[in-house]
Design a protein around this ligand. Structure first.
Ligand code: DC
Length: 227
């Protein structure tokens, strides 16, 4: 077991990233959102190739890409600065185009290998809350504590819709729901590292919990763990 490591997995827009960020802050751990890496690769692929279906070309980009996740330098609600080969793409990776391309990109085994190696390097250092789809099952199976945060597709779409409105963007609720359902389906059915809870994960249904209640629940489990 790797002490002081927390793995948090769950489907798109389940609130896992927000909860993980708050948990990391409370524990003074590093917050690391692995979805950002798959999104950064997808952004670079769309930028360079215009489409995500050439698996060999996508894998090559994933092997050579330089992704940096740094403390935020702009106070616009971002948790971090995300840079690809030195360029700030923090908000670009949240676009509808990246949302649509990221699940197919993350089914490619060589993309996953390249990302997993980097993620493990960060995980072995400990003092980390790592968030994704396969952290408890593949990236950090030795994490000290594993959570799987779930919520119904409708509640997740509502939350994402609210965020989109708050950022002053216009996307339809129905489109967000459809995109979430499609990503769930691709993320859960891929052959390599599919989205699923680890056998020893604590499963949290966040449908009827506020953000703060999710964080309190996680902290409660953490403080009562066997040490
Ligand atoms: O958490 P997110 O919505 O930012 O993740 C974007 C996509 O990245 C998600 O649809 C699947 C993929 N992903 C993954 O396959 N494995 C991870 N550990 C994290 C994300």
């Amino acid at each position: 077991m790797i002490q002081n490591t927390i793995a948090i997995d769950g489907p798109a827009a389940s609130g896992k990233s927000t909860a993980a960020e708050a948990l990391a802050k409370r524990l003074d751990f590093l917050y690391f959102d692995t979805g950002v890496m798959y999104r950064a690769v997808t952004w670079a692929v769309l930028d360079q190739l215009g489409a995500v279906d050439d698996e060999d070309a996508v894998s090559q980009i994933a092997r050579n890409i330089k992704i940096d996740v740094n403390p935020a330098t702009v106070a616009d609600g971002r948790p971090n600065d995300v840079l690809v080969n030195g360029r700030d793409i923090t908000w670009e990776i949240r676009s509808a185009a990246v949302n649509a391309g990221v699940s197919p990109v993350s089914t490619y085994p060589q993309v996953r290998d390249a990302m997993t190696v980097q993620q493990r390097r960060i995980g072995v250092g400990g003092m980390v809350v790592m968030v994704g789809r396969d952290i408890g099952t593949v990236v950090m199976p030795d994490a000290e504590m594993k959570f799987f945060i779930n919520a119904s597709a409708e509640v997740r779409a509502q939350r994402r819709y609210k965020e989109v409105l708050e950022r002053g963007l216009s996307e339809r609720y129905e489109d967000i729901l459809a995109s979430i359902l499609l990503r769930d389906q691709i993320d859960s059915s891929r052959t390599v590292a599919p989205l699923r809870p680890a056998a020893d994960a604590i499963i949290i249904d966040s449908d009827h919990l506020t953000r703060e209640e999710v964080v309190i629940t996680l902290l409660d489990y953490w403080s009562k763990r066997d040490v």
